[in-house]
Every structure is written in C-alpha cells, then in structure tokens.
Unconditional design. Structure first.
Length: 578
C-alpha cells in the first residue's frame, strides 16, 4: 500500500516473462465452500453449463481456483478464493504495483498528508465510470468509506473483518465496559467532485497502505443502495447475503461480473470495454473451482484449464519439463511454530520456550520440506520489511543446549499436545503433515513427549483459538509491506493473535508496538522495530519463526502477462493467450 518503508525488490518478474495469480493472504479464514451458491442463494439466471474448453478461443482464459467464492462483496470477504475474483472487478484508491508490495495510484491519481499525519487528501481520477454507468467522484469515495465504518448489524461487523482488523472499530461500537471504541477512521469529506479528504484519529505507518486491500475497494453507491448491500444476516454458521453480493457486484475494474454457475463451479467475468485504463486483453475470464490440487494439475495437463494456483513444490520441475510455465512468488510470509503457555503452564518458563527453539532444525526443515528458494526465518517477518535485523537471538540448532535448558527448568519429561491441520495447503505450509513430522522428530530427539492431534483446517483454527493446543504450526502472508502488519497482527492487544487468542504477552509489548507504528519518522520507526524484534527473540520467545516459503502459479505455454505478486495480489488485466 503506501510507504515510507524501503522498496520490496522483485527482480523475478522480468526473468520469467510469464506471470500468474493466486489466493489467500493470512489464515484469517481460508476456508471456502466448494458447492452450492454463495450464502445458499439461487444462482443468477442464465448460468452457463460450464462446458467452455480452455482451447476454445484465445480471448477466453479458464483458471483453476482452489476454492469457491463465498459471495462478491469484498467488504465481507476474508478468503482468497473470493478476493481472487473481486480484485478483477473492483479497485481501491491505491493499489500495489504488479509484482511488488509498493504502493501506486489507482482511483486516486495522487494523495498527500497534512503535517500531523491525520488528514489525507486524495485527488480522484476523472472520467471513471462504475460498471452500471454511474460516475466515480469524491462523494462516491466518501459514501464507500462511510458505509464500511457504519456497519451496524452484528453480521456486518463480524463479516467486515478486514475493517475491524485495520480500522479498529465501527461507528458507535463499544468496548465490553461500555466505553466507546475508537476507530482509526475519523471521517471523509468530498470538498469538490475530484477531492476526497480522509481523516484518521492517529498517526499510523499503515495508512494509506491499507486502502490497497481488496476489502476496501470502491463500489457503485447506486448499486449498493439498489441491491441492499448492507443487508447481511445470520451467524457465523450460516450467513445470508443480499442480492448485491450474490448477483450485482459493481466496481470500476477491467472485468465485469457475468454469472456464477454453482452447478458447474464456475465464475464468469467479461471484459469492461468502458474501462478507464488499458483494456483487458481477454474477452472472458472464467474461474473454475477445483479444490483438489492433483485434480487441478490433471485438468491443466488435459488442456481443460489454462492455469492454476499453488502447484505442489514437488511438481514444479515436472511441470516445467512438460512445457508449462511455473512462476514463483517472492516469499512474503512466515511459517512458525506457536507455543501456548496459557494451555501448558510449563511453557510459561522462558527456558522451556528457548529449549524448543534450540531443538528445531530449521535449515533441515527448509531443505527437506519446503520449496526451492525457501529460507530459514529468524524474525517474525521477511527480510524485505523494514525493521528486520540479523542482530536477534537466532537459536542455532543445538539439541544438547535444548536438553540442558529443559533440565534447568525441571522439565526433562515435558509433554506437548502438538496440533497440525489436515486437508489444507497454504503458501507458507505446502504439506502440514510433513512439516509436523519433521518438527515432532526434532522435539522427541531432545526428550519431549509429543502427543499428535490432526484436525481439518477450520476446526484446527478453532481449536487453537479455544486454547486446546500446546504447540501448533501456522503462518501469515503479508497484506502489505509494513512491520505492523506482521508484529501488530500477532502481538497487539486486544486483537493480536498472540495477544488474546494464544497467550497474552503483556501490555508493554502492545504499547511498544503502538508507539513504533505511530512514529512518523521512517528512520526512527525502523530502529524501534529492530529493537522490538530483538526483544521478541530474547525476552518473549512466543514461538519459533521457522521459514519464509515461496509459492507458485502455473499456466500453459500460450499464456502471457500474469505477474506473480508477493501479496497474492495478481490481476488478470494484462493476461493474453496466443
């Protein structure tokens, strides 16, 4: 999104020449329905029979998607399968330059901040129309931001998770003690048709970066009102979405929604011939839902799809040898071994957590279990993010040191309930079972008794949240290039995953993170994050950062122009087929 941070360099794109697209960011909610229409609604009339073949025309592309979109209103989405589709149809004020995590203009041609960092003035691009023919202007921008902030229903506030995570609160929302929750968003004013002035309540390094997230895309106010966009109901077990989210998503992007054929598992988009920028080269873009990775591979080999996401690292060489183009995303993620002292009191002893860190052979894990190009992790985010430092306690593989620390802590007979997820593959975790087995072997080698618990993905995340696991493997793919997106997401009170879900590492750490995020001077802020990374590694040891693992996308030899993104932010506007 935007930034005072240093540039994330991605030289890979030019070398590959073909480029690709992918899915989910963190593990907020990577589950996707694979059958039935979104929200249980009847699919739109006119759904196709799904019989289009990949070779049917050079202006049609069929891409194998790993999951089904839940619906098409990005505000309410958290899963990569939905974002993969919506980011082709909608745009935000800012976006990420293809192939990088760097901010560039989108619907805002330019922006500037006031001296105090609390007022941001966006110059809105002129001549842009939504897919329903209505014009984009500053008033439409403010309508969208106000709509996000003013989510009033419990369902809306629950589903708009990216707003809650990044803007802290909705209008009139209260804390448990009845005091008002303070939102980062402090209002928007259209001072003229081409000028939107957005105010925030505090200085933060992540603004305006967060406005590039697909959840905060600008959609047609007229369509949002006409099709009752805010009328989401239900609970976490079963939400019902309004007509807007199911049949009438209306953005400004290079592709428009055509239909979702739930019977055949395809989402069809068509080119927006009135697009303000360079027009899409494809006339039709179809996402075909194929949850099984092996099945996606078979369909590519059979020629019934033109590409798919997340090929198994073990298949990369064979796919290349077969003539397919495999493009690798720069690793902008972290895989880690989490520890929960709340569930196992023995882990409250720093020496025990350090012993676990010394027991793990990260280099062997990387070379034996992860993709080519994976690297061992020593911080809780990749080296390309500001504040990363090699001056942290690195816990080199040392089984004897681990045994010694366990003995000093009186825990030579330590038992850990170790959880790992089944039926899932994540960019940072291609084979959870193999990773679990490697880590379990390391832990048992220093005398730790490991009790295995394997559960499917969503129940697995629930089990971790419910404090059932002593140790677990999980990870995070960055949403944007700031340290706060990693460390703040992990450790900040009250929403950080380590801050409440697993174990509370204290108000001081949360306050220190907030101070770093609010520091306006880039150099000073970088130094603050370097010190925080040192403290986390030496004084807290909340878990063991394991690796940064690249993921790939594969396409047929006649597909060009799809750029792999470290943020999984691929857009198909530049794609063509020969």
């Amino acid at each position: 999104m935007k930034r005072l941070q240093r540039v994330l360099s991605v030289g890979l794109v030019a070398a590959i020449g073909v480029t690709l697209a992918s899915c989910a960011s963190s593990d907020r909610d990577s589950s996707s329905s694979t059958s039935g229409s979104p929200g249980g609604a009847t699919p739109p009339a006119g759904a196709s029979d799904g019989s289009t073949a990949a070779g049917e025309g050079s202006d049609t592309m069929i891409f194998g998607s790993e999951g089904a979109p839940k619906m098409f209103d990005a505000l309410y989405a958290t899963d990569g399968a939905t974002f993969k589709v919506t980011r082709q149809m909608t745009e935000g004020l800012v976006q990420y330059k293809p192939g990088t995590a760097d901010l560039e203009p989108a619907l805002a041609e330019s922006w500037e901040s006031s001296a105090d960092g609390l007022t941001w003035t966006f110059k809105i691009r002129q001549g842009v129309k939504f897919h329903d023919g209505t014009a984009l202007d500053a008033a439409a921008v403010c309508y969208n931001l106000d709509r996000m902030y003013e989510q009033a229903s419990e369902a809306g506030q629950t589903l708009a998770q990216y707003w809650a995570d990044n803007f802290d609160a909705f209008k009139d929302q209260k804390n448990e003690d009845g005091t008002p929750k303070k939102s980062l968003y402090a209002g928007c004013e259209a001072t003229d048709p081409s000028t939107a002035v957005v105010k925030v309540s505090r200085v933060t390094s992540k603004f305006p970066n967060i406005l590039g997230l697909p959840s905060f895309a600008i959609q047609s106010p007229e369509a949002l009102k006409k099709y009752d966009a805010n009328n989401v109901t239900g609970t976490v077990d079963a939400y019902t979405y309004p007509a807007y989210a199911l049949e009438h998503p209306t953005g400004t992007g290079p592709f428009k929604f055509a239909k979702y054929d739930t019977a055949n598992g395809t989402v069809e988009l068509v080119r927006n011939d009135d697009y303000w920028g360079e027009k899409a080269k494809l006339a039709t873009l179809i996402f075909k839902i194929i949850p099984d990775e092996s099945a996606r591979k078979q369909e590519l080999e059979a020629g019934t799809i033109d590409g798919y996401d997340l090929p198994s690292p073990g298949d990369w060489d064979a796919l290349k040898q077969a003539g397919f183009n495999v493009a690798v995303r720069p690793a902008f993620n972290i895989l880690y071994l989490g520890l929960n002292p709340k569930n196992n009191p023995a882990l409250k002893d720093l020496k025990v957590r350090q012993a676990v860190a010394y027991a793990v052979n990260r280099q062997e894990l990387v070379s034996s279990q992860l993709a080519e190009g994976a690297t061992p992790a020593i911080n809780f985010y990749p080296e390309s993010v500001d504040g990363w430092t090699d001056q942290v306690e690195q816990y080199a593989y040392d089984p004897e040191k681990a045994k010694s620390l366990l003995a000093e802590a009186g825990q030579s007979n330590l038992t850990l309930n170790f959880y790992w997820p089944t039926e899932v593959s994540r960019p940072y975790m291609p084979s959870p079972k193999d990773i679990y087995q490697a880590l379990s072997s390391d832990l048992q080698a220093v005398g730790i008794t490991v009790v295995e618990h394997s559960i499917s993905w969503q129940p697995y995340l629930d089990a971790i949240d419910d404090q059932q696991a002593d140790a677990f493997i999980v990870g995070w793919t960055g949403d944007y290039n700031t340290p706060d997106n990693f460390l703040g997401s992990f450790f900040s009170r009250p929403t950080g995953r380590f801050g409440t879900q697993y174990y509370d590492w204290g108000q001081k750490l949360s306050d220190d993170l907030a101070a770093a995020d609010s520091e306006p001077d880039a150099a000073t802020r970088t130094g603050m994050y370097e010190e925080l990374n040192k403290q986390i590694a030496a004084e807290y040891v909340p878990g063991v950062p394991l690796a940064h693992n690249p993921a790939a996308i594969v396409v047929a030899s006649n597909v060009q122009g799809l750029v792999p993104s470290p943020l999984t932010d691929e857009r198909f506007v530049s794609v063509s087929k020969s």
